[in-house]
Ligand binder design. Structure first.
Ligand code: TXA
Ligand code: MG
Length: 326
């Protein structure tokens, strides 16, 4: 059931549910999360079941503040501490060595743990209320079925999982794509998933370049090649290719939509078109909602114009290439 996220009673009710081992979906500034108390392996296993996610794909544990991270990480090394100081609360997840004996199911059996302190006021309120009930961290993947598009609105979560689940409504997620993930468990920090906080800003804080994620990097499902998949086939094309393809298409009966920044439809075309904003942050903000909206139209194909190659577009480009690989 949808509960208003700005209502104190709704927060208390959701925190009670979490404390007693139930699942609660809640907004963050990136996407909506599907949460369970991180210290309860049985509660966490319900997340894997509901999402259809393989049990060895680790979850991110959400904490109220930097000190909360120490409940799950033995200690933070220097790079992780710098990132926490610079970017928390905010859309950045760190992977650090896991404190022995805690949150094993949430960590998917890894000896590391993903930690994030979200900035969204509803997430903050929920985490604080849960903490007052003895819940030290909330494990939460994106609130979508495994491999599908992450939800950026409360209604998307209801569309995924139905009306039995408690969903705190916090409106549209501002960032719109998932957090940047930096693996700080190895010798040199590596960017496992690009997000709104860019590689450049992360490297500036670390004072050193990030390593390329290596073969020995931990497995991250958000880094699987096919992910964020709409039901329609999604194709990424350069502006030139997209123009040519549209000319060649003529009056075909294909159910096709175009999602482009610079490429317009040929005159008289009756295809659906959505315009991608020129600003990468605005494009990220709208991306998943647009893909969901198009997908609800039962299309055969979605043709997407490739985003610019600049680093600021890394997050959007990453999500679109994974959607195209499905
Ligand atoms: O913005 C976000 O990060 C959202 C919101 C809800 O906080 N959460 C999210 O969770 O995107 P999820 O589960 O959809 O993606 C988490 C990613 C996965 O790719 C997972 O494999 C990776 O983080 N991850 C988590 N813990 C890890 C670990 N210990 N080692 C390596 N990867 C890890
Ligand atoms: Mg996800």
């Amino acid at each position: 059931m949808l509960l208003p996220g700005n209502d104190a009673e709704a927060i208390e009710r959701a925190a009670d549910a979490l404390a007693s081992g139930h699942l609660v979906a809640f907004p963050t500034e990136t996407v909506y999360g599907l949460g369970a108390r991180a210290d309860d392996d049985l509660a966490v296993s319900a997340i894997f079941r509901l999402k259809g996610r393989p049990a060895d794909h680790p979850l991110i544990v959400h904490v109220t503040d930097a000190s909360g991270a120490l409940d799950f990480a033995g200690h933070l090394g220097d790079p992780a501490q710098r990132l926490v100081d610079a970017f928390w609360p905010g859309p950045l997840t760190i992977i650090v060595p896991r404190a022995p004996g805690v949150a094993a199911a949430a960590a998917g059996g890894q000896d590391t743990i993903g930690l994030r302190c979200p900035a969204h006021p509803v997430a903050q309120a929920l985490l604080a209320a849960a903490r007052a009930r003895g819940v030290r961290g909330v494990a939460a993947p994106s609130a979508n079925r495994f491999g599908r598009i992450s939800p950026t609105r409360a209604q998307h979560v209801v569309d995924e999982f139905g009306d039995d689940l408690i969903v705190l409504d916090g409106g549209d997620c501002e960032v719109g794509i998932e957090s940047s993930i930096v693996d700080c468990s190895g010798f040199t920090p590596a960017l496992l998933r690009p997000g709104q906080i860019s590689r450049k800003r992360i490297e500036a804080v670390l004072g050193a370049p990030l390593a390329a994620p290596g073969a020995d990097s931990p497995r991250a499902s958000g880094t699987l090649e096919s992910h964020y998949a709409p039901r329609a086939k999604l194709r990424l094309m350069s502006a030139q290719m997209l123009n040519t393809a549209l000319q060649m298409l003529g009056d075909s009966a294909l159910k096709l939509a175009v999602y482009s920044r610079t490429v317009a439809l040929p005159p008289g075309s009756r295809l659906e078109r959505r315009t991608m904003p020129d600003d990468p942050d605005r494009a990220a903000h709208e991306l998943f909602a647009t893909l969901r909206e198009l997908d609800a139209r039962n299309l055969d194909l979605i043709w997407v114009e490739e985003p610019p190659s600049e680093a600021a577009w890394d997050g959007v480009r990453d999500r679109l290439s994974r959607a195209a690989a499905a």
